[in-house]
Design a protein around this ligand. Structure first.
Ligand code: SAH
Length: 252
């Protein structure tokens, strides 16, 4: 059987307990070596076979899964962050369905959560933004026109941009083209969130590209944009003394 496991954003103790237990028991790990922290492989048994999928095609990944499964062995497919985002898991699962190989899915902490924790930030501040748009700049993988950065930026909501650190000039232009974010809208670049060499750079929409260049950041970064990185917000209703909830009566 194949266990898809989210490795978390980097720090090896940010994998789930379930994910760690699967790593400890499995006979084979296929990990996304370009992004998964290799320190996670220390959880594996001594005789566990390890494959780096960064050097493999989908066909080769499936062949390894087939081989181990045929011999009654378990496989962990270790993806970075949470594999429901840009994980390319669907194509693997569809092939496993065709081959009649069973699988399950254990979520992980996504880099967008890791980046927020690096900043001790809340994406959804009252009266600032109540939505998080997770997207990417179009690169070699196209993005549907109706989901372009410019069209999303018209909402002025919190935005988290994956897979865009080599496209920052375009990104900056597209963010401004929506006409709601300005050059001064707060932004941040979080490089290798939760890794020992994590870097957090606060900037503004107008200085994203320049900041990344100065800090020499070209990959493994998230770009965060929006007023949630600023100083103004309203306190929450939930914890306000004047607000009654199912669990607490208003006291004023
Ligand atoms: N499934 C992953 C995302 C995979 S796409 C997740 O949930 O996090 C790969 C992109 O994720 C990278 O190009 C980068 O933009 C981002 N990324 C992954 N790990 C990161 C980290 N620790 N810090 C910052 N960005 C990261």
């Amino acid at each position: 059987m194949v266990h898809f496991v989210g490795a978390g954003p980097g720090a090896p103790d940010l994998i789930t307990i379930r994910g760690k237990e699967l790593l400890e028991k499995t006979d084979c790990i296929i990990y996304a070596g370009s992004l998964v922290n290799p320190a996670l492989l220390d959880y594996a048994k001594e005789d566990c076979k390890v494959y780096n999928s960064a050097e493999m095609t989908l066909e080769q990944v499936i062949d390894v899964m087939k081989e181990f499964d045929k011999n009654g062995k378990d496989i962990v497919r270790l993806h970075t962050g949470d594999m429901s985002l840009y994980g390319a898991i669907r194509e693997q699962m569809d092939q496993l369905d065709e081959l009649g190989i069973e699988y399950d899915d254990t979520p992980g902490v996504s880099a967008f959560s890791g980046a927020a924790s690096a900043l001790c930030a809340e994406y959804t501040l009252p009266n600032v933004s109540q939505s998080v748009i997770i997207t990417r700049e179009a690169g070699r993988t196209p993005v549907p026109e109706r989901e372009s950065v410019t069209s999303f930026s018209k909402h002025g909501a919190t935005m988290v941009l994956f897979l865009s650190s080599t496209l920052l000039e375009e990104l900056q232009k597209d963010l401004l083209a929506g006409g709601v974010y300005t050059e001064d809208t707060p932004a941040a670049i979080v490089y290798k969130a939760t890794w020992p060499d994590q870097k957090v750079c606060r900037c503004t929409v107008g200085t994203i590209a320049e900041t990344a260049k100065k800090e020499d950041i070209h990959k493994m970064a998230l770009i965060l944009v929006g007023g949630f990185l600023g100083d103004e917000y309203e306190r929450s209703k939930l914890y306000h003394p004047g607000f009654t909830t199912e669990f607490r009566k208003a006291t004023e």
